[in-house]
Design a protein. Structure first.
Lengths: 349, 288, 329
């Protein structure tokens, strides 16, 4: 009979040992030191110099470490791992900087009236506490709502074609959706201009703005919805059909409810895509200063238009308003993003 | 052993006695004394919280072939992967114990793991030649990957292909693509590739389970040839194969908990006079 | 038992047909119509833009693409007397800025993708991927004004550095010495905008590298970098190229960010560090506010050209990804 042996603790001897960790940390510190010393003693200046020298020193030191402790191949391995880390850092830095800048500069423009007043009685160069961006928020909200009403059915129907019917148009449609996602936003604006404004309505409104946003939204919704619908296992569809249901009943009552949270995520991603779109807005909506609750008539304000107008005016106050507008927009995008993430993770359970 | 006579014997083959007699005929157990090649001492393996392998201690003498047998899921493949430090690629993996190569623990902090893998090579269950390389390039790919210098690459390539038993079939098409060979040929190509970096130990994880009987026998012949100069450890489901090629056999079993090594002995002995009842049940075919 | 084995012929397969119910036929019809909507919309875009811009294209002919002059002459009454519309400077500028963007973004994105796929521990990877996805959601107006107010001073300094050490190369000459609002700076901003796309696609392609090849390489005693270099990168090359072309298309169509950062000038400018450039989308935006109906038609024609150009780039990207993406070699 097997004796009861004391089971040892699981270990991971391949992870860096304390000694190796100390060496790594000292390499990083050494590179910091080197960057300071070298920059101070030569004529290089600016953040770029510190950044560049730090990474160069880190790469060289790592190479030397690999070379000395093992061999040339290991040195190369270490060297390239630092380069890959550099690439990663270069990707993260701008995002961090953007977030910081917007919150830093937008802060000055925040005040209690921001969300309750509109610009009907003030101009962007007035002192900050005059007016607010209610009209912009309401406008963005209405634009998005109308665009949703138009794009959700088309987007989901497209996805349904690709996953449920899979007819002979599947490859062309998939390509077209991809092509549509590459349409420049200004082209979408020009199209609605020539197809709707010049021919039918002859004036600006929120509605035509929404129509151009629809064009930009459909591909995002269709692609995400397709991915989500494909994740629904076929067993569900087979179970529905085996019970004698028609295809449309199976889709409507089994597949779509099962994919519900994923489809909502698709919607949210579509909204996030268009909430900051500026070019077609500038062309089509007229950008009002008052709250306008009628999308079919009259100029419609929106966050991007407000931001654009404020920055363009160029005075100190108006630029601060612009940053404040960007602040609000960014908060909105962050909120949508986290909402989509949250729903996505719930779906995974 | 020719292919025909082995096939005839396979038909009679269910009793341990016949397995033992085969082992006795084809191998001379225990006569090699070139020293200890590889030792495992108290090896445990975990995947996250799941304790997969418990307290395996085995010595692999240089110049011998050891077969690891046992039902599926009892940790044989996990164990063999701890021997060349491939186990740690699984994100939640953990281990305990030591694996000594020439007396030094390969898990010692500061060990150059790539050098370890040059000395302990591996052939996988599913043949995996590099499809973007030609046959010749595949054989030498180990050199390229490890940046080893060798001035006589053509001779090395030929030697490895000869030892793997593939030279005659491919010598005229060394520039053909690695993926253009049959399954058995691909596996022998992988063996040649592993040989090119001159390992001391060769680990084989069910190398023939995806192949036809003809290729299997050819590879078994290769294994016997190779064992003259290196240590070979082979995981196999096929007891007849274990009887045919190995000097020593180790039996693994799991009773729902972690896999353990139940018994190890010279091959003929394990089939004729197993010490443990569970081993006897397995080799007589009562389970597994 | 003697059986007449030779006699019985093998029957041919029966034809199985289903006649779907009416509700299902309707369902299929509706869904197919919805699915074809993208075809309809794209077709309509091409039709309407062509219709509006036709007149201009006929009048200008080939010089619409080759000349750089964009002028509307108006007499004392406000009637148009002479027009000349040419997109050359804008087209060159569009392609130039987009190329700069890809040249900058590609190595950075691929390095980041390699880091995420092969170096980053799982928890760190999740956080970093979220940040990159967030970056993809930032609106372009944000990048535009951030680029103008925050990045410009630093980018100007980098441009001066490049000019100082590499100024002997013609494209890096700067005369007169104006470094702000150049194609280079625009390219940097565009690069930051397309990095999330290229990184995500590259990461996905890397994750599809077959595990058994990677394991075979490690088992042969290769270092991590050697495995990446000899197994992962060759396998992923096609997908990475496809991803970069998608980024190129995005950079070519970008409007607001470029408009904010770039100084639009009606002359082809190859000196990327010099503060003058062209961009078709920005031209449309610039001119639209004050354009008379006739000029608007020219802008429509410009929009059509841009549309076809981005369609072409996306098509090529699609082909490359489809052919080499998941298949590998």
């Amino acid at each position: 009979m097997t004796q009861s042996i004391a089971i040892p603790k699981p270990s991971r001897p391949w992870r860096p040992s304390p000694r190796e960790r100390v060496i790594n940390i000292s390499l990083v510190l050494g590179s910091f030191l080197a960057s300071y010393l070298i920059v101070l003693s030569t004529e290089m200046k600016g953040k770029l110099a510190y950044f560049f020298v730090f990474f160069a020193a880190l790469a060289i030191l790592n190479f030397a470490l690999g070379l000395i402790t093992k061999d040339w191949m290991s040195g190369k391995d270490q060297f390239f791992s630092v380069l890959m880390l550099l690439g990663m850092t270069l990707v993260i830095l701008p995002t961090a900087n953007i977030l910081y800048t917007v919150f830093d500069r937008g802060r000055a423009g925040l005040h209690s009236g921001l969300l309750t007043n509109d610009m009907a009685l003030s101009t962007p160069s007035d002192p900050i506490t005059n007016g607010g961006l209610t009209h912009a928020i309401v406008g963005t909200f209405l634009l998005v709502l109308v665009a949703l009403i138009a794009s959700v059915p088309i987007g989901i129907l497209t996805a349904l074609y690709l996953t449920e019917i899979k007819g002979r148009f599947t490859r062309p449609i998939r390509f077209l959706v991809q092509a549509m996602s590459g349409v420049p936003s200004i082209v979408a604006g020009l199209f609605i201009l020539s197809a709707v404004v010049y021919t039918v309505t002859q004036s600006y409104s929120g509605l035509v703005g929404s129509l151009s946003l629809t064009i930009l939204m459909i591909p995002t919704i269709a692609r995400t919805a397709e991915e989500v619908l494909n994740l629904i296992p076929n067993d569900l569809r087979e179970a529905g059909v085996a019970l004698g249901a028609t295809q449309w009943r199976t889709v409507a009552m089994v597949v779509i409810p099962a994919a519900r949270s994923g489809l909502i995520t698709a919607l949210i991603l579509g909204v996030a895509r268009i909430v900051g779109e500026t070019a077609p807005i500038l062309l089509l909506t007229g950008g009002g200063d008052k709250i306008n609750l009628n999308p079919t008539q009259g100029a419609m304000g929106s966050l991007p238009f407000y931001i654009w107008k404020s920055f363009l005016l160029g005075t100190e106050e108006s630029i601060t308003r612009g940053w404040a507008g960007l602040f609000v927009l960014l908060v909105l995008v962050l909120f949508l993003f986290m909402l989509a993430r949250f729903l996505g993770s719930r779906r995974a359970k | 052993m020719t292919a025909d006579s082995s096939k005839k014997e396979e038909k009679e083959m269910t009793t341990p006695a016949s397995l033992a007699s085969i082992a006795a005929q084809t191998k001379q157990p225990g006569t090699k004394s070139l020293g200890i090649g590889l030792e495992a001492r108290g090896v445990h393996a975990w995947f996250g919280k799941h304790h997969a392998l418990s307290n395996v201690s085995l010595d692999f003498a240089a110049g011998t072939v050891t077969a690891l047998i046992g039902p599926s899921g009892c940790g044989k493949s996990t164990f063999i992967r701890t021997l060349n430090r491939m186990h740690e690629f699984i994100p939640s993996a953990a281990m305990a114990g030591e694996v000594l190569l020439d007396g030094k623990d390969i898990y010692e902090p500061g060990t150059d793991v790539t050098k370890i893998r040059l000395k302990i090579g591996m052939v996988f269950q599913k043949p995996n030649p590099f499809p973007s390389m030609t046959i010749g390039e595949n054989v030498l790919s180990g050199l390229k990957l490890a940046e080893l210098k060798n001035s006589k690459t053509d001779e090395l390539m030929e030697e490895c292909l000869v030892r793997a038993g593939l030279w005659n079939e491919v010598k005229d098409r060394l520039n053909a693509h690695g993926g253009s060979l049959s399954g058995g040929q691909q596996q022998r190509l992988c063996i040649a590739r592993a040989l090119a970096v001159n390992p001391q130990v060769l680990l084989m994880d069910e190398p023939c389970s995806a192949l036809d009987p003809g290729s299997t026998l050819r590879i078994e012949e290769t294994i016997k040839e190779l064992s003259r100069t290196m240590t070979i450890i082979i995981v196999t489901h096929n007891m007849q194969q274990a009887a045919r090629v190995s000097d020593f056999t180790a039996f693994f079993l799991s009773d729902g908990g972690p896999g353990e090594m139940i018994e190890t002995a010279p091959t003929s002995q394990i089939f004729s006079q197993p010490r443990d009842k569970r081993t006897e049940n397995y080799v007589t075919g009562r389970f597994g | 038992m003697v059986e007449n084995k030779a006699a019985a012929p093998i029957p041919s397969p029966r034809e199985i047909t289903t006649e779907p119910r009416f509700s299902d036929k309707l369902f299929r019809g509706v869904v197919t119509a919805g699915g074809l909507s993208s075809l309809i919309i794209l077709g309509l875009i091409a039709i309407f833009l062509s219709y509006q811009g036709f007149e201009i294209l006929i009048k200008e002919g080939f010089s619409f693409i080759t000349s750089s002059e964009w002028a509307v002459e108006v007499d004392s009454v406000g009637e148009i007397t002479n027009t000349s519309f040419g997109l050359a400077a804008m087209l060159v500028g569009t392609i130039l800025c987009a190329l700069i963007a890809v040249v900058i973004a590609l190595p950075i994105s691929v390095a980041a993708a390699i880091f995420l796929s092969f170096y980053a521990p799982e928890s760190v990877k999740r956080v970093l991927v979220s940040i990159i996805d967030l970056m993809a959601a930032f609106p372009s107006i944000l990048f535009g004004f951030w680029g103008l107010f925050v990045l410009m001073p630093s980018a100007e300094y980098w441009a001066k550095l490049i000019n100082k050490y590499l100024g002997f190369i013609p494209i890096f000459e700067v005369e007169p010495r104006i470094f702000t609002r150049s194609p280079f700076i625009t390219g940097v901003v565009l690069a930051i905008m397309i990095i999330p796309i290229v990184t995500s696609i590259s990461r996905e392609v890397f994750s599809q590298t077959p595990l058994d090849r990677i394991q075979a390489a490690y088992a042969l005693g290769a270092t991590r970098w050697n495995v990446i270099r000899t197994v992962a990168i060759p396998y992923s090359r096609g997908g990475i190229v496809g991803g970069s072309m998608l980024g190129l298309g995005r950079a070519m169509g970008e409007t607001v960010a470029v408009y904010t950062v770039l100084n639009i000038v009606y002359q082809i400018n190859w000196q990327v560090l010099f503060g003058a450039g062209g961009n078709v989308a920005s031209l449309i935006l610039l001119k639209f506010g004050e354009a008379q109906p006739y000029e608007v038609k020219a802008l429509m024609a410009a929009g059509l050209i841009l549309f076809l150009l981005t369609l072409l780039v996306n098509f090529i990207a699609d082909q490359i990804v489809a052919r080499t993406g998941s298949k590998g070699r």
